[in-house]
Design a protein around this ligand. Sequence first.
Ligand code: CA
Length: 245
Amino acid sequence: MLNATGQMGRRESAGLRVMIVEDEPSIAMLLAYNLEAAGYVVERIERGDEAELRLTEEPPDLLILDWMLPGVSGLEICRRLRAREQTRMLPVIMLTARGEEKERIRGLAIGADDYVVKPFSVPEVMARVHALLRRASPERVAMKLVQGDLELDRETRRVHRAGREIHLGPTEFRLLEYMMEKPGRVYSRAQLLDSVWGQSTEIDERTVDVHMGRLRKAISRGRQADPLRTVRGAGYSFDETFGRD
Ligand code: CA
């Protein structure tokens, strides 16, 4: 939902993951500060080669990529992302220095979705991030997530199953919201800790099991089918076949 200034509501962006790959700490900090304030989960990386590794392990919802980086250049990272199935559609905003017109054109040609010239205005970058995410992952910014008879409303923070309201704690709500965004995808406990609790957390992975247990108990009563799957040795997922008969 757009407000008067064209920004996404904080709730709408909550939990979306943005990776910033930028070797200038002041720029990376400025972006991270503003994105976190807007509700995004931010990961900062300074080196191109390190970014490549992280992008293979766990791609974010959107990538802000500086052109000139130690290790591997932003251009090369972008080219490789587009060549891989898993990251072919990942939204990428490139950061370029002033006067690099040719580079910008090359960047777009190689598959960047947008670019921003340094020095940039923060509201401009934020607007581009919101716009790209809305275009790229409409399911992630949808106000209601519905699977079978389970309905999660991000605006009111309410969950209903077969018309009955389910009361969840804030952590259980975020867990369910996160997993309902990508039914069928299996998340490790570490991934859930990163995305639901936040990257800097020092919480034990068993905490995930505790909250998952509470969530299960709350959403499935009596003989109701359990939409949450425990995948042995891997983690958890929201059953993509839930509600399909
Ligand atoms: Ca740089």
